[in-house]
Design a protein around this ligand. Structure first.
Ligand SMILES: [Zn+2]
Ligand SMILES: [Zn+2]
Length: 197
């Protein structure tokens, strides 16, 4: 998994991983373990949510990220962060495709495994590589949802992936600066919650 930078192990915050549409459940449980190892958040994989029909753009054959995010926002949960994971291909207006999208500093994210499968690039199936890519994509979006922006350090998980080679080149961890910011923002979120209760 290309371990690099500090692991943030002593903090706890609850992340829900929600499969959206047909999903590989064992893979999602392994994703949860990987996120927990890097981000120090307890991860729970919940029941599958159907792909919202209104999110499908028939002309493009892809699903609209924002329509899916809207559906995720309706799911009641007291978790700190809520991440949908789908195998459907995602887009936002003006972009051909996206690997994922988050509400910046918000609760929900959606990521897609569609373009993370080696088979998508006519390569042999490789579940290890798929999990690595999925982990990097998930931690990247979790970073955005925690208020982090893109990083110029190409090995940092917050580096923007334009193509799959960017994802494969970068690590699954935050660089020291992003790690510090993530930890600080997570602490702040947890403090706010304690305050409200
Ligand atoms: Zn990004
Ligand atoms: Zn960074």
């Amino acid at each position: 998994m290309g371990s690099r930078g500090d692991s943030i192990t002593e903090l706890r915050g609850h992340l829900i991983i929600c499969p959206v549409g047909p999903s590989d459940m064992p893979l999602l449980h392994r994703l949860g373990e990987a996120i927990r190892g890097t981000c120090g958040m307890v991860c729970e994989v919940v029941e599958v949510l159907d792909l919202p029909r209104q999110a499908l753009d028939r002309g493009r054959g892809q699903y609209d990220c924002h329509a899916i995010l809207k559906s995720l926002l309706k799911v009641e949960s007291n978790c700190l962060r809520f991440m949908g994971v789908t195998e459907a291909d995602l887009f936002i207006q003006a972009l051909r495709y996206v690997y994922g999208v988050s509400q910046v500093d918000g609760r929900c994210s959606i990521i897609s495994a569609h373009r993370l499968f080696p088979e998508f690039y006519n390569e042999a199936p490789d579940r290890g590589l798929l999990l690595q890519r999925l982990t990097k994509t998930a931690i990247h979006e979790l970073g955005h949802s925690m208020g982090l922006t893109h990083c110029r350090e190409r090995r940092c998980v917050m580096y923007s992936s334009i193509r799959i080679a960017d994802t494969d080149f970068k690590g699954a961890c935050f660089c020291p600066t992003c790690s510090e910011l993530f930890r600080w923002n997570l602490e702040r979120c947890l403090d706010c919650r304690t305050f409200r209760q």
